[in-house]
Design a protein around this ligand. Structure first.
Ligand code: SAM
Length: 246
């Protein structure tokens, strides 16, 4: 019986590949990789030589049935993304859904992911947290998410590209205000790993002076009680809106 392994790969430091991940990558019939060139370099470095099939967001709809057919024939496939966990802001979800529909076992391996790595060193409470992945690039849609984060009493986490970071933090400041604490976790597990901590206002000013470079995870600290709208207050507001004919 074939199966699908979901195999995390390092987010920077090559030593973060697990013993099991390496063994599975060597034992499977095929490795489905988001970018065969990028993964080829990684696999070479960790000493894995195996057949690769390209599987990314643009060919996933057409490629998924082909991979399902292989697994039905009894082939074992390991899915990897460019870095970190497949499915987490990376391709893989469609294939997992298709395997479940077709009664094919999905076997996840634990391993590195940027958001969890950032969260545990952020100093913010990890219970509860919300992970948003990449936010929309549209300011109006971003603001809708920031409204949710503003009153959430847990830690909010998202990814952002360096060239959009300053604009995104400026939008965040408009909604949440300048005083809430944030952490920008940069280049995790790499030489230039850095945690930039401070209020939204301070960090926005910092990046206005020092252009962001590298890969970033952004964490917003939990809302304090007084920053949340209580259900009672919300009901009062809804009733007022209804009464005023909205
Ligand atoms: N699958 C990956 C994971 O499990 O975290 C995420 C892939 S997503 C396409 C790439 C984004 O993840 C980057 O733009 C950045 O926001 C974040 N990221 C990945 N590696 C990182 C690192 N070493 N340090 C900080 N952020 C990282």
């Amino acid at each position: 019986q074939g199966c699908l392994y979901l195999v995390p790969t390092p987010i920077g430091n090559l030593e973060d590949i697990t013993l099991r991940a390496k063994r599975i990558l060597m034992e499977v019939d095929y490795i489905a990789a988001e970018d065969t060139r990028t993964s080829g370099i990684l696999l070479e470095k960790i000493g894995v030589h195996n057949k690769m099939i390209s599987f990314h967001k643009y060919n996933s709809k057409q490629r998924a049935p082909e991979l399902i057919a292989l697994m039905k024939e009894g082939k074992k496939i390991a899915e990897i993304s460019d870095a970190g966990m497949p499915v987490i802001s990376d391709p893989g979800f469609i294939l997992v859904q298709e395997c479940i529909k077709n009664d094919i076992a999905v076997i996840p391996l634990p391993g590195p992911s940027a958001f969890a790595t950032a969260l545990i060193a952020s100093g913010f409470d990890a219970q509860p947290f919300i992970y948003y992945g990449f936010l929309s690039r549209k300011a109006t849609e971003q603001i809708a998410f920031f409204n949710k984060m503003a009153t959430f009493t847990g830690t909010s986490i998202f990814y952002e590209a360096p060239h959009r970071l300053l604009k995104t933090l400026t939008n965040l400041q408009k909604v949440v205000g300048e005083n809430r604490e944030i952490v920008c976790a940069r280049e995790l597990t790499k030489i230039h790993e850095e945690f930039i901590r401070g209020s939204i206002g301070e960090i926005t000013n910092y990046f206005a002076e020092n252009a962001p470079r590298g890969e970033f995870v952004i964490l917003l600290s939990p809302a304090k009680e007084e920053e949340t709208i209580s259900i009672d207050q919300m009901l009062v507001e809804v009733n007022q809106a209804v009464a005023s004919g909205m």
